[in-house]
Design a protein around this ligand. Structure first.
Ligand code: F6P
Length: 319
């Protein structure tokens, strides 16, 4: 292994930059040439890459987003684009590829690596925490704290004006952010894609809370479980109580990575390079039960189990 390349793909996540820094600097310390590929799979397809040195990653440790840029590339499912990407790999004598991204990125890396016999190692980075077999993705801790700060702010106005709020957080297929924020924010209810909603019970609880003199009520909804506006309207329709809807959206994707997201990213960058040096391929490195370990791509891309009932019951019990 002499030359490796690194790319970020899918939705950006706070902590991608520290991960890039770690791959580049640790790789160089192991006498590897490290290439940075721009714009995810697009950069591999269009041969948009350059060799990075120690200084190429200076000053990025505290920055959100990714200096390599990222994006979605549905075209990469087509053989024609994969062939072009493989040409870039051959032409630039790339012996190993570090793919920093989430579930969709690993699905593509799994297929590409297997089909073209390219050594791919993944670093899980996505605010959704949707990688099976690992505890936490890079960026999820930052996103949860960003969303939590917003929930705390909303609680102030909700309590002062005695209102019901529905707050929509990100998570198309995974309710992890919603559950985590609802628990940490002391929210009264949560809706996630993994659990069927019980509207009647939810509205009954709100009315009972109102009778008990509860000053505010916050329902957190993962985007994959419905729209905050529709849910707020539904609650008003059922209960005749005034509601407000807030969509947090992409604010959750940006910002300075927390210490946890940075440390995780820096440790996983090192682990990914070590895995490549050991001849490992078709795997992701990640925190598994608190330890840095390897998880094969086939396992990592399966639907993640998040123990939704446990979280939900705890949120409701502590309300
Ligand atoms: O990266 C994950 C994520 O933030 C999801 O939570 C969200 O559903 C999606 O990306 C939004 O994607 P885009 O920024 O492409 O609209």
């Amino acid at each position: 292994m002499k030359r490796i390349a690194v790319l970020t793909t899918g939705g950006d996540a706070p902590g991608m930059n520290p991960a890039i820094r770690s791959v580049v600097r640790y790789g160089i310390s192991k006498n590897l040439k490290v290439l940075g590929i721009m714009r995810g799979w697009w950069g591999l397809v269009n041969e948009e890459l350059r060799e990075f040195d120690h200084h190429s990653v200076s000053g990025i440790i505290s920055q959100g987003g990714t200096i390599l840029k990222t994006g979605r590339c549905p075209e990469f499912a087509k053989k024609e684009y994969q062939d072009r990407a493989f040409n870039t790999i051959k032409k630039n004598a790339i012996d190993g590829l570090v793919v920093i991204g989430g579930n969709g990125s690993f699905t593509a890396a799994h297929h590409f690596g297997e089909t073209y016999n390219v050594a791919c190692v993944g670093i899980p980075a996505s605010i959704d925490n949707d990688i099976n077999g690992i505890d936490l993705t890079i960026g999820s801790d930052t996103a949860i704290n960003t969303a939590l700060a917003a929930v705390d702010n909303i609680r102030d106005t909700a309590t002062s004006m005695e209102r019901i709020f529905v707050i929509e957080v990100m998570g198309r297929e995974c309710g992890f952010i919603a559950l985590s924020v609802a628990l940490a924010g002391g929210c009264e209810d949560v809706l996630i894609p993994e659990l069927k909603p019980d509207w009647e019970r939810m509205c009954h609880d709100i009315v009972q809370g109102n009778i008990r003199g509860k000053l505010s009520w916050i329902v957190v909804v993962a985007e994959g479980a419905g729209s905050a506006i529709d849910i707020a309207n539904k609650i008003t329709e059922f209960t005749s109580l005034e509601t407000r809807a807030v969509v947090l959206g992409h604010v959750q994707r940006g910002g300075r990575p927390t210490a946890f997201s940075r440390d995780l990213a820096l440790r996983l960058g090192e682990a990914a390079v070590d895995s490549l040096l050991k001849g490992r391929r078709n795997i992701a490195v990640g925190l598994c039960c608190g330890k840095i370990s390897e998880v094969d791509f086939a396992t990592a891309i399966k639907k993640k189990e998040i123990k939704a009932e446990y979280w939900y019951n705890l949120i409701k019990t502590l309300t």
